[in-house]
Design a protein around this ligand. Structure first.
Ligand code: HEC
Length: 99
């Protein structure tokens, strides 16, 4: 009986673990949405015009250069060095694959 109860209690905990685990992996596209990058940048004609358009970015900038722009930006762009390393990584991965 006790065992059954324990098992029953474990199920929601397991589900919670899956949900939290899924949230811990930041997706580049979500981060870009949340951080408001598109207020200044555009891609495929959508977004702002204060920063350069991101079209073809993956072919133009190497991942290290993109990361550098995030943690030590040139020009009038906010610094994103406060982001967690895995968030930076997700952004760089996403941006360096942009067509
Ligand atoms: C306030 C406006 C602004 C915001 C918000 C902003 N940027 Fe920028 N970004 C710029 C400007 C301006 C430049 C050009 C800097 C220069 O070279 O003078 C730039 C350059 C870049 C570049 C290099 C582009 C190229 O073609 O050389 C990347 C990559 C980039 N930003 C990524 C991001 C990401 C990712 C975010 C969100 C986390 C972001 N930016 C948010 C203004 C902004």
């Amino acid at each position: 009986m006790k065992r059954t109860l324990l098992l029953l209690a474990a199920i929601p905990l397991l589900c919670l673990g899956v949900v939290v685990g899924a949230q811990e992996k930041p997706a580049g596209a979500d981060l870009i949405q949340r951080l408001g990058c598109m207020g200044c940048h555009s891609h495929k004609g959508k977004g702002g015009g204060r920063g350069p358009a991101w079209d073809g970015l993956g072919g133009r900038l190497r991942p290290e250069a993109i990361k550098q722009q995030l943690i030590a930006p040139r020009g009038r762009m906010p610094n994103y060095k406060h982001l967690r390393p895995e968030e930076l990584e997700a952004l760089v991965t996403y941006l360096s694959a942009l067509p």
